[in-house]
Design a protein around this ligand. Structure first.
Ligand code: AMP
Length: 397
């Protein structure tokens, strides 16, 4: 795996795919700078080597049309502040004017190109467009993990024009390393905690992960499809009746593969899907009609904690309750705390994909786990066992 550390950028122009798809408010101010900060180490390395950087990104979904609301010009000042260099901007991403701006770029300078997705060819993965992009740098660096699962021109097709001069930036390298630590090289016992709303959205992950882990905790809304499939009473809890056979099959596969599955034994049930609903703790398989399980119960959390504290490698994807409502956030917080403790005791913990990242940030566990992935869809596809196109294009698979 070639990373940015394998190159010296002195007097070179780096063409860097970053993920600056950041949220903007009504006055076009960046409201969350995480993605820009995440790209900083890569850009600093290029500049400190004595190189220059040409940055390409998308912003929002302009669907192949120019759209002033989605211009990357809005973020120039924010990027300048974070990187500590006055960023130059050019109002397109291919063509003569862009090539001229790149030619004028001096070592230590950074040029941000206009939104790639103003051209439909970007999302189409068009080779001619990718070739035009490839003229804008000597070395191609992909540091956009958030779009690595898309076979777009700037993430994938462009790499073929840099047969020897392509590499991952630091962020991509860290993400790949974190996934590898769980899926390939993790110290045993390896535990996956899968929560979230539905079995159907996690099924490919579960099937892939059964070959990798020793323990599997299933929590959140997914629980009830399993419990009902096993003959339990789940009241009005969320359930996918058409996935009950699949749930039984997962349990069977887990047994055959020697994976210990830990399901909730009790739940905090509510008489309404509302923060101010009446609540009571009941056994997971004896939820009365008119009640629904919205969080893990105390015995369950004790069990989960015991499993978490024994694990040496932990993957967490999906909350174990409706954490958006304070009344049903305790389970997810308790899981976060146990992972924090396990991490302090030397376990490697990765949080990735979707709402668990939001939960981890909301409850302040971001710096307590080993790694929080920056890419929702890209992380989920990695956990499903897919090789992401943006990664394959660099490692040549
Ligand atoms: P996901 O994006 O698949 O990780 O699902 C996250 C969502 O699952 C969150 O919005 C949670 O509120 C929801 N969720 C977790 N537990 C439950 C539950 N017991 N009933 C309904 N929704 C749940």
């Amino acid at each position: 795996m070639k990373t940015i550390d394998d190159f010296n950028f002195k007097d070179k122009k780096a063409l860097v795919r970053v993920d600056f798809n950041v949220p903007l408010n009504g006055s076009f101010t960046v409201t969350d700078t995480n993605r820009i900060e995440a790209a900083k180490p890569t850009l600093i390395k290029i500049l400190e080597d004595g190189g220059s950087a040409v940055l390409m990104s998308h912003l929002g979904r302009p669907k192949g049309q120019s759209n002033p609301d989605l211009s990357l010009e809005h973020i120039v000042d924010t990027v300048s502040q974070i990187i500590g260099v006055k960023i130059k901007f050019v109002d397109d991403c291919v063509g003569k004017s862009v090539e001229n701006a790149v030619a004028a770029l001096q070592p230590g300078e950074v040029l941000l190109l206009e939104n790639l997705r103003f051209h439909a060819e970007e999302e189409a993965g068009d080779a001619t467009f990718a070739e035009q992009l490839s003229k804008l740098g000597d070395i191609y660096v992909n540091d956009a993990f958030g779009t690595a699962h898309r076979a777009h021109a700037s993430t994938t097709a462009v790499a073929q024009f840099f047969p020897d001069n392509k590499c991952f930036g630091y962020l991509m390298a860290k993400e790949i390393e974190a996934i590898d630590k769980v899926m390939e090289t993790g110290e045993k016992p390896i535990l996956a905690i899968l929560g979230g709303a539905k079995v159907s959205s996690k099924i490919t992950i579960i099937e892939n992960i059964l070959d990798k882990v020793d323990h599997l905790i299933i929590g959140g809304g997914m629980t009830y499809t399993f419990v009902k499939a096993k003959g339990g009473q789940i009241g009005d809890s969320i359930c996918e009746d058409d996935k009950m056979d699949l749930a039984m099959d997962i349990l069977k596969q887990a047994k055959e593969k020697g994976v210990e599955v830990h399901l909730p034994v009790d739940v905090l049930a509510a008489d309404d899907f509302a923060n101010d609903a009446n609540t009571k703790v009941v056994d997971v398989d004896k939820i009365p009609d008119g009640w629904q399980g919205l969080d893990a119960g105390p015995k369950t959390l004790d069990n989960f904690k015991e499993v978490i504290l024994k694990a040496k490698t932990i993957l967490w994807n999906g909350p174990v309750g409706v954490f958006e409502m304070e009344s049903f956030a305790k389970g997810t917080i308790a899981v976060g705390k146990a992972i924090d403790e396990a991490t302090q005791n030397g376990a490697f913990s990765l949080v990735g994909g979707g709402d668990s990242v939001a939960a981890v940030k909301q409850f302040g566990f971001e710096n307590k786990v080993s790694y929080v992935s920056t890419g929702g869809g890209a992380m989920l596809e990695s956990l499903e066992g897919k090789t992401l196109p943006g990664i394959a294009a660099i490692i040549g698979e």
